[in-house]
Design a protein around this ligand. Sequence first.
Ligand code: SR1
Length: 321
Amino acid sequence: ETKPVSASNGTLPKDIDVALIMQMSIGTFSSQYINGVTEQVESFGGNVKVYNADNDLSKMASYVDTATTQGVDVILIDHGRADALKEPVQRALDKGIKVVAFDNDLTNEGVTVIDQDDYSLAWRSLKALAEDLDGEGKIVTIWVGGFTPMERRHTIYDAFLKRYPGIEEVAKFGSATNNTALDTQSQMEAILKKYPEGEIDAVFAMWDEFAKGASRAIKQAGRDEIAVYGIDLSDEDLQLMQEEGSPWKVTAATDPAEIGRVQVRYAYQKLAGEETPSIHSIDPYLVDRDVLPDEKVTMDDLGQYVPNWGASDAAWSDWMK
Ligand code: SR1
């Protein structure tokens, strides 16, 4: 049973136990997302326990059952797939636990699933790439399958290749490891040796860990004819994009901390007995290095340079304010 809350009449919920169950926690996107979740829960007076399944979906499913047995009030899910999670999630829902997921394909009734509008993320970055190349050029694509957001981004990538027949994919690689950025860097170094100057115009990196690795390899090799078009943004990514001679030109992104905050607010709306949607896509924005100033910027100041960037007004109830 969940603890009684009377948020709708002005009393904030207190002492709510939240389990954040993550498929993996790799890189600065994940850490900024965890910060957003924690900050928003703590602002409501609740407690968060983070479970990291280290990319093991059966471990992730058993964490959902553990949280259910412990009788938490809320389960937040990050990544994972419905084929592994739908049954444990149903057991949680049957016990009255509120469930909000990010970046997966769960369809259990009562679960709100949020995402970053991955179609739009991929298209914004790819359109910038195509326009910069004027529709013609050779690209390297970095992608990994098996993750809901990645599969969605790839749907748009397939459409992009049809839309711009003058753009040719010369190589494609990528994997999610404990050292994704470093492993990508080594693989990109090998690609740069295989394709000398003039044989690669741009890299499309569908995750910031990929964009970091590719950018470092390109910069070290002095291949300044190659530009990187990415997805995602964090403080570390901004620093990298702003470095002198950085190949990372463009990224399409939402604020990962804001994703965490929105996910928590939906959970608290559920606790307060409010109506919540089944799906919610947070709008992404395109960030071009050229709009950034010379001095270092952080995610918190980005709204000064990227119109509409900043806190989302999604899932706010009057009592929360
Ligand atoms: C392996 S999936 C990585 C992606 O998850 C989040 O959606 C981030 O955008 C990241 O690109």
